[in-house]
Write a protein that binds this ligand. Structure first.
Ligand code: G3P
Ligand code: CA
Length: 371
C-alpha cells in the first residue's frame, strides 16, 4: 500500500480519537517513486522504558526491539574517558549516594548557570566509576525497572560502540549509534573537552567516514560547528522548547532556540547540520487543556531548508502523553503512545527518539508497511 494512503488511514483513526492531525501534504517524498522513506526509530538512552537508562542492557534491548540507532549521552570522567550518562551529576542514576567511600565527593557546582548538588563524573576516574551501579532514574513511574537496580555498570562510549558492532553482526543489520555531547561548554571549561574525544573515538573505530551509521548531536551550537569541520558523519542540532543554547548564553549571544527554528535560522543550521532534534512540542504543541493540537510549520520549514527532523521523546506512560491520549490519571500507567506516534508520522517527521522502541517500531510498521 502506498505510504500516503496508509498515513491517511492513520489520520482517520486519530480523528476518531479526537487527536488533532494535519494533512499529509508535508510528508516528504524521498524516493524516486514518490514514496516517503520510513522514519528512523532511535532508542532513547537505549530502551529506557524497560531498563535503567544508559546501560548496556538498555542499549541491547533497544537494538533487539528493532531500533535503528542507540543513543548514548556522553560525559567525561576525571581521566578523560567518555562514559554514557545523561548529565555529569550521577546521584539520580547510580548508587553513588549509598557508597560511604565516596561520601566526601559530594559537591555543589554550577552547571549551565544552575546550582546542582551531587556527585560528578569529572571527580571520578573510570576505575572508580566502574565500581558504581546504575539505578532507575524515575522509580515512581518505572517501578518495574527498579528490579534491575544495582545490576549494570556505567558503560564507556567504547563499550557502546563495541556493543553496536557485536549486535550488528548478530542481528544481520547495522545498529547505528547516535551519541550526544552533554554540556560541552561546561566540560571544556574544566579542561575535559568532549569534542576531541568524540572525534578520536569515531576515528579509532573506523566510524568517521561518509556512510557510517552515526549521528552526532548537541544542544549547543559552537561545538557542533567545530565538529562539522572534523567529522564526516551527519550532525543534529538539538533544540529545547524554551531558552537558548548554553554556549550562546555564556558568550552573550542573545539568540534563542526559537531563533534557530525560524526559516532563516534553519537555513543557518543547515550550513553545519544534517537535521534538527526538536522537543516534540515544537512539532505538535499541546493546547491549553494539554491535548495534542495542530502541528506547527516546523517540519515543513526544516525540510525546505534541507534538514531532517528527529523529535524527542516518545514515552508510553501517561505522565509523558498529551491529555487526550492518557488512559487514566495514573502517571505510570500506559496511555496511547501509538496515537501520539501516528500524529507525528502524519506531521512528516524523519525519526523519533523513543524510550519504548518496540512500540515505535510497531507503529512505524503499521504506517509504513514494507513495499
Ligand atoms: O538527544 C535527544 C534527546 O535525548 C534530547 O534530550 O535530555 O533526553 O538528552 P535528552
Ligand atoms: Ca540525548
Amino acid at each position: 500500500m502506498p505510504a500516503t494512503r496508509t498515513i491517511g488511514v492513520a489520520v482517520s483513526a486519530l480523528a476518531l480519537l479526537g487527536v488533532a492531525t494535519m494533512s499529509t501534504a508535508s510528508a516528504t517524498p524521498e524516493h524516486g517513486d514518490g514514496h516517503r522513506a520510513a522514519p528512523l526509530v532511535l532508542g532513547h538512552r537505549g530502551a529506557s522504558g524497560y531498563r535503567p537508562e544508559h546501560t548496556l542492557a538498555s542499549y541491547e534491548l533497544a537494538a533487539r526491539m528493532g531500533a535503528d540507532y542507540i543513543e548514548p549521552d556522553l560525559v567525561s570522567t576525571k581521566d578523560g574517558v567518555l562514559v554514557a550518562r545523561h548529565e555529569p551529576e550521577i546521584g539520580g542514576t547510580t548508587d553513588v549516594a549509598k557508597r560511604p567511600e565516596f561520601a566526601a565527593r559530594k559537591a555543589t557546582k554550577v552547571l549551565d548557570g544552575v546550582s546542582v548538588t551531587g556527585w560528578w563524573t569529572e571527580d571520578f576516574t573510570l576505575a572508580e566509576l566502574k565500581t558504581l551501579r546504575a539505578v532507575e532514574r524515575i522509580p515512581d513511574v518505572r517501578q518495574r525497572n527498579t528490579i534491575y537496580n544495582g545490576r549494570f555498570q556505567v558503560p564507556t562510549f567504547q563499550e557502546v560502540i563495541d556493543l553496536s558492532k557485536r549486535l550488528s553482526r548478530e542481528l544481520g543489520r547495522e545498529v547505528g549509534i547516535y551519541p550526544e555531547t552533554k554540556h560541552p561548554t561546561y566540560f571544556r571549561k574544566i579542561g575535559l573537552d568532549l569534542n576531541p574525544k568524540v572525534v578520536e573515538a569515531l576515528e579509532r573505530n573506523g566510524l568517521n567516514r561518509r556512510g557510517a551509521k552515526v549521528f552526532v548531536q548537541s544542544f549547543e551550537v559552537g561545538n557542533l560547528v567545530e565538529l562539522s569541520r572534523k567529522l564526516r558523519v551527519p550532525l543534529i542540532q538539538l533544540t529545547s522548547a524554551s531558552g537558548a543554547p548554553y554556549d550562546f548564553v555564556a558568550s552573550g549571544d542573545k539568540r534563542t532556540y526559537a531563533d534557530l527554528l525560524t526559516p532563516a535560522g534553519l537555513r543557518g543550521v543547515a550550513k553545519y547540520a544534517y537535521g534538527i532534534g526538536p522537543a516534540k512540542d515544537q512539532v505538535i504543541p499541546r493546547d491549553a487543556a494539554g491535548n495534542l493540537a495542530q502541528p506547527t510549520a516546523l517540519v515543513g520549514d526544516a525540510h525546505a531548508a534541507g534538514l531532517k527532523v528527529h523529535p524527542y521523546t516518545f514515552r508510553a506512560e501517561n505522565a509523558f502523553l498529551p491529555a487526550n491520549l492518557r488512559s487514566s490519571a495514573v502517571p505510570a500507567e500506559y496511555g496511547d503512545l501509538f496515537g501520539e506516534l501516528s500524529a507525528f508520522w502524519a506531521a512528516g517527521v524523519d525519526g523519533v527518539f523513543s524510550d519504548n522502541p518496540d512500540i515505535a517500531v510497531a507503529s512505524r510498521a503499521e504506517t509504513f508497511p514494507r513495499r
